[in-house]
Write a protein that binds this ligand. Structure first.
Ligand code: ATP
Ligand code: PLP
Ligand code: MG
Ligand code: MG
Length: 300
C-alpha cells in the first residue's frame, strides 16, 4: 500500500535552470509527493538560451527504465505526469505505459500536458498531433493545453470565450474529466484568462480566473502549473476551484520573485536575459506550501 501519493513524471531535465522535471519535482515534493522522474531529454539548459547541448532519450531507453522498475515491482504509482515529448515513437510508448500502469493501479490519475507549441507556432514534429488527439488524450484524466494546443487538437480557431468552452466540451466528450486552459489571450492587456472545467460524478464545474499579466516571457511556467494543479487536485479531493486558485497564487508569487531578482541582476549588469528570468522556485518554498489565494475563480 502507498502511504504517500507517488508520481511518475516524464519530462525534460535541464542541468541548469528550471523547466520540465526541474520545474515540477520540487513543488511536488514540497506538497508531499514521492516523485520518480524519467528525463525525456537531458539538456544543459532550456532552449531559450543561445546554446543548448545534451541528449534525447529514445523509446528503447524508455523501455529499459520502465522494464527495470517493473521487474522490481517499483511501478505502482498513484499519478503519471507527462510534459514535453519530442518524438512520435516515444509518445506511442507512453500510451502503452499508461495502460500498463492502469493494470497495476486502476485508480491511476494521468495528468497530460500536451506540449506542442505556443502563439501559433508548433515546436514539436507535426506527427505528434494525431497521436495526442487519438491515442493519448483519451487516456488522460486531467489535461492542461494552452490556447494554441486546443486549436490544434480540435481543429478549430478560438477567438472568443464561447469558442473556448465549446472546445472544452469536445474534450469532455472524449471522456476527459478535467480540462484546464492555463492561459488564454481571451482576457485583456492586463489579464490572461484561465479556464477550467470538470465533470465528475455527474457534477459539472466551469470556472474562469483573471490572471494578472506580467510583461515578460517566462519558461518552465507551464510545467510548474501542471505539477501544482496535479498536487492540489489530489490534496483537495478534486476541488477544481481551490486547486486553480492555489495554483495561480503560487505562480504569481514565483513570477513576482523572479521579476524582482531579474531587476537586481540587471542592475548588477548581468547580460543574459534567459538566465536572469530563471524561476525563483526554491526561494518560493513557503508560497508553494501555504498558498493564500487572493484572486477568486468565477463560476460559469
Ligand atoms: P504549456 O507548457 O502547456 O504549453 P502554457 O503555454 O499554457 O503551457 P504558460 O503560458 O507558461 O503555459 O502559462 C502557465 C501559467 O504561468 C499561467 O497560468 C500563468 O499563471 C503563468 N504565467 C506565464 N506567463 C505569465 C505572464 N507573462 N504573466 C502572468 N502569468 C504568467
Ligand atoms: N523543456 C525544455 C527542454 C525547454 O527548453 C522548454 C522551453 O524552452 C520547456 C520544456 C517548456 O517550458 P514551459 O513550461 O514554459 O512550456
Ligand atoms: Mg504560453
Ligand atoms: Mg510547457
Amino acid at each position: 500500500a502507498n502511504s504517500y501519493p507517488k508520481v511518475l513524471s516524464i519530462q525534460s531535465h535541464v542541468v541548469s535552470g528550471y523547466v520540465g522535471n526541474k520545474s515540477a519535482t520540487f513543488p511536488l515534493q514540497v506538497l508531499g509527493f514521492e516523485v520518480d522522474t524519467i528525463n525525456s531529454v537531458q539538456f544543459s539548459n532550456h532552449t531559450g538560451y543561445k546554446v543548448w547541448k545534451g541528449q534525447i532519450l529514445n523509446e528503447h531507453e524508455l523501455d529499459d527504465l520502465t522494464d527495470g522498475l517493473s521487474q522490481n515491482g517499483l511501478d505502482n504509482y498513484t499519478h503519471l505526469l507527462t510534459g514535453y515529448v519530442g518524438s512520435p515513437s516515444f509518445l506511442k510508448r507512453i500510451a502503452q505505459l499508461v495502460e500498463h500502469m492502469r493494470n497495476i493501479n486502476p485508480k491511476l490519475i494521468y495528468v497530460c500536458d500536451p506540449v506542442m507549441g505556443d502563439n501559433g507556432h508548433m515546436y514539436v514534429p507535426q506527427e505528434l498531433l494525431p497521436i495526442y488527439r487519438d491515442t493519448i488524450l483519451p487516456l488522460a484524466d486531467i489535461i492542461t493545453p494552452n490556447q494554441y494546443e486546443v486549436e490544434l487538437l480540435t481543429g478549430k480557431k478560438i477567438t472568443s470565450v464561447k469558442d473556448a468552452w465549446d472546445a472544452i466540451g469536445i474534450f469532455h466528450e472524449m471522456k476527459i474529466n478535467t480540462v484546464v486552459l492555463s492561459s488564454t489571450e481571451l482576457g485583456t492587456e492586463q489579464f490572461l484568462l484561465g479556464l477550467a472545467s470538470s465533470i465528475a460524478g455527474g457534477k459539472k464545474t466551469k470556472l474562469s480566473i483573471k490572471i494578472p499579466r506580467f510583461s515578460a516571457s517566462f519558461t518552465g511556467t507551464g510545467d510548474l502549473f501542471a505539477a501544482l494543479l496535479l498536487s492540489w487536485m489530489f490534496r483537495t479531493e478534486n476541488d477544481l476551484k481551490l486547486s486553480l486558485e492555489r495554483t495561480i497564487f503560487t505562480l504569481q508569487a514565483v513570477l513576482k520573485r523572479t521579476l524582482r531578482r531579474a531587476a537586481e541582476l540587471t542592475k548588477l549588469g548581468h547580460p543574459d536575459t534567459a538566465a536572469r528570468l530563471e524561476l525563483q522556485l526554491i526561494q518560493s518554498k513557503a508560497d508553494i506550501e501555504n498558498p493564500t489565494p487572493s484572486i477568486t475563480a468565477v463560476a460559469h
